[in-house]
Design a protein. Structure first.
Length: 389
């Protein structure tokens, strides 16, 4: 008798565990079918908080994190069930009872749904009130890589396009697209300005969860101009001229040329455009660039951006416009992070005071460090120097 009840209990336990699984296209009675996935009944309490096609319960804000140039992106919502421990929150990260998981994506721009899953950690903010938030941080060393850079004459303006995808199993429930602007004075990282753009909600992503992935490319150091040998790491010496090899690495993309390259030195607070002294773009699958190591910084990396093209020089001809549209994808290559830029004579790292605001626009100082923010101070010191000479 006892054995029977034990067996019965075991059976019951296994059925509870396997309770919400699709069997012959149907869900067991205690479960709900949500877009082809079988989920526990309280799942609808979580999906209901996502709003519908006419309501959007989310709000976004951006701010720089105090004392840094790192961006704080926060999406908040009001949770009517915040006091109920089994129903609070929306996603698994907030409540393990939930059926929804959350993914963060970074988009190449506003029009192309070319995206990569972001590796940033989503922090779940809940201070015990009905307001909850999803927060992530974009460090300034990633701005050039993750955001679209434009220059309005006085500031660099970084435009970011992201989404939060709410998913059940493999089925997408809601996509929250949002964009934001981060402005930084070109000559001083002291003057910062951000704004949150639009936030829109779609039931289904246009490419139904199967968006194009970004073109992948690598950026490596050449041993010499011929570039028959490449390395992932190199010692960077101030004022040295170095050749970089930018190669398309995704199979099928070897047939494209790389055109319109732009190169940046990036690091914390650093986004200094490099002057390309020479480039070799006339071969398929890769490009070579000659740049001067013109700036010193700790934990620095070099980023190259270029546009894919079927012809070595981009000619906009009518019959080509369709082709161009298909291939106007961008490739972005990144070197590994290097500890520092070295001084050639002493073979030691150049030390810059990285706590000071950075001038990312004007020529660096003689020692390779960026001129630090305050132009009046520099002007005064130049007068002083002039007086002593
Ligand atoms: C980011 O901003 C949110 C909302 O203003 C705030 O609650 C949070 O503490 C901020 N996080 C950081 C790391 O500054
Ligand atoms: C340039 O962008 C900055 C930062 O967003 C803004 O404060 C400034 O007004 C803009 N200047 C012009 C000329 O548009």
């Amino acid at each position: 008798m006892q054995i029977f009840s034990l067996l019965a209990l075991l059976c019951l336990l296994t059925t509870i565990k396997a309770a919400c699984e699709l069997v012959n296209g149907a869900c067991p009675s205690a479960c709900n079918l949500v877009q082809g996935e079988c989920v526990s009944q309280n799942c609808l309490d979580f999906t209901a908080k996502l709003g519908d096609s006419s309501t959007n319960p989310f709000k976004g804000t951006t701010a720089y994190i105090d004392g840094t140039v790192d961006l704080n992106i926060t999406i908040t919502y009001t949770d009517p069930k915040f006091t109920d421990t089994t129903l609070k929150g929306i996603t698994k990260g907030e409540n393990t009872e939930s059926c929804l998981s959350l993914k963060l994506y970074n988009y190449e721009d506003s029009t192309n749904l070319i995206r990569t899953e972001s590796s940033y950690t989503i922090n779940y903010i809940n201070d015990g009130s009905s307001t909850r938030a999803y927060q992530f941080t974009i460090p300034s060393k990633d701005f050039v890589k993750q955001l679209i850079l434009s220059d309005n004459g006085t500031s660099f303006v970084f435009h970011g396009y992201y989404s939060l995808d709410f998913i059940i199993g493999s089925s997408l429930q809601r996509v929250l697209y949002f964009d934001f602007l981060a402005g930084i004075d070109r000559t001083s990282t002291d003057n910062l300005d951000t704004s949150f753009g639009s936030l829109s909600q779609k039931v289904q992503l246009d490419c139904s969860g199967d968006c194009q992935a970004t073109v992948t490319s690598s950026l490596q150091f050449c041993a010499d101009e011929a570039c028959t040998q490449v390395t992932d790491k190199a010692d960077l010496y101030l004022n040295d001229e170095i050749w970089l090899k930018h190669s398309l690495t995704k199979s099928g993309t070897e047939v494209y040329y790389l055109t319109n390259p732009e190169i940046y030195f990036t690091g914390d607070k650093l986004f200094k455009k490099a002057t390309i002294q020479q480039s070799k773009l006339n071969q398929k699958g890769y490009a070579l660039y000659l740049i001067k190591v013109e700036i010193a910084w700790r934990n620095v990396a070099i980023v190259a951006k270029a546009t894919l093209s079927l012809t070595p020089t981009l000619r906009i001809l009518d019959e080509q416009s369709r082709l161009l549209q298909q291939t106007s994808q961008k490739a972005q290559g990144l070197t590994s992070q290097l500890d520092c830029v070295k001084d050639k004579d002493s073979d030691t790292c150049i030390e810059c005071d990285e706590s000071l605001p950075v001038d990312n626009y004007n020529e660096p100082q003689g020692d390779g460090c960026p001129t630090m923010g305050d132009s009046i101070l520099i002007f005064l010191s130049m007068i002083l120097v002039a007086l002593f000479i």
